[in-house]
Design a protein around this ligand. Sequence first.
Ligand code: F6R
Length: 242
Amino acid sequence: MRIIAAKDYNDMSRKAANIISAQVILKPDCVLGLATGSSPIGTYKQLIEWYKKGDLDFSQVKTANLDEYRGLPKSNDQSYDYFMKDNFFNHININFDNLHIPDGEEPDAEKACADYDRIVAELGGVDLQLLGMGHNGHIGFNEPSDVFAKGTNCVDLQESTIEANKRFFASIDEVPRQAYTMGIGTIMSAKKILVVVSGKDKAPIVKKAFFGPITPRVPASILQLHPDVTVIADADALSECE
Ligand code: F6R
């Protein structure tokens, strides 16, 4: 695991965008695993800027997002489908046929999960997986648990996650209670993994996840076992690591 210290959120975002750019330049038809949330927004902004300058071409890139709320229509501005279009896809020359996100509109959880596993397998796996990390160490929506989930699964969101995500909804009651998420096994099978993490509020979990014991109680801790992980963390997020 390579940990790169960034000065602040903007520096973290630029460094992460550099790594994603390199991936797209070296393999124009690569599969990018993507995340939502506040952590990668700056990275997407930077990639859009470089695309607009003519430095990047996404026309052959394929994507597979980590997760989606169950039961939220794609048209809802809090769906991850909406987020990805709004923050990234609508601003670059990506082919919309090449975008993949778990289908939150599919009520049959077993079908939604099996379909998504098949889609990721048909893509040939993920070349570069971008991740954020929750305050409880979740990656995707794989919450702390007794086991590491292998494939796509339907999860009950933890109170702390519902609490953290309520800022995006009119009230806490509107935050969906379940989500479909790519499993830890699938995340771990990505060829490369890039984690972006920023802010003092993430400092305790950065220490636990990347310097503590590997346990499904801290899902991101399993990343310590992946052969090619880069964590880009800003000074605040690294402030509890000596
Ligand atoms: C989002 C996702 C989540 C977030 C995590 C951190 O697709 O998979 O694991 O990466 O909740 O969220 P932020 O970046 O908002 O702190």
